[in-house]
Write a protein that binds this ligand. Structure first.
Ligand SMILES: [Zn+2]
Length: 213
């Protein structure tokens, strides 16, 4: 993927994120890794005004390579995840259910089978101030072996091999969190899946959909 394609994809994803009600205001950010470079949404630009030219390209130390605006304040988080995993893209948002469940749980247990999309219970990274290396470290730990994590008192993050994969998980993460919250709100015990059921679904979801032609 070329820089220009990646910049357009970042803009498109940011606007989709907003269109689906997964962010508030200018919150959230999106990035794609291209080898030793990271293409990331800028800080504090209204999504409806965002253009590919405003999306910056940075090296793995965070230094601008081609950037007219300040990058997202969570650039350290994105860089830390790319250094520590083989993720090709990251999406981060502030949506109500995932943020709320992060206020009352240390992890989202595997209640709905969609949790298998994230490879198991979704961990909640302990709170640290936004934009800090401490937050980046906490999120990296919460993401170990997972495709998504929650950030206490803050929001959620998903990762994937491609931007489509990372962003594709974000609405499911919000859904799983919303279902969990509603179930917990009844006060009745929440039925959880067994490890065997989760393992089965992880494998079954790999083959889900139409076979490739
Ligand atoms: Zn945030």
């Amino acid at each position: 993927m070329l820089h220009e394609q990646a910049r357009r994809a970042v803009v498109h994803t940011c606007q989709e994120m907003q269109g689906q009600g997964l962010v508030v205001g200018t919150a959230g950010n999106v990035s794609v890794r291209l080898g030793d470079l990271v293409v990331i949404s800028p800080s504090g630009v209204a999504y409806e005004e965002l253009t590919p030219e405003m999306v910056g390209v940075h090296d793995m130390s965070g230094a601008p390579v081609e950037a007219s605006l300040k990058p997202s304040s969570e650039l350290p988080l994105h860089l830390a995840v790319y250094r520590g995993t083989d993720a090709g893209a990251i999406t981060h948002n502030h949506a109500p259910a995932s943020t709320a469940v992060g206020l009352v749980c240390d992890e989202v247990p595997v209640s709905h089978y969609y949790s298998s999309m994230f490879n198991g219970p979704i961990r909640v990274a302990p709170y640290a101030h936004f934009g800090t290396d401490e937050l980046a470290k906490n999120v990296c730990t919460a993401l170990e072996g997972r495709h998504g994590a929650l950030m206490a008192n803050h929001g959620a993050v998903t990762v994937g091999a491609t931007l489509d994969k990372a962003f594709g998980l974000l609405p499911y993460l919000e859904y799983v969190c919303e279902v969990q919250l509603k179930a917990m709100a009844t006060g009745a015990p929440v039925k959880l899946l067994t490890q065997e059921q989760v393992s089965y679904t992880v494998e079954a979801l790999k083959g889900y959909g139409q076979p490739k032609q």
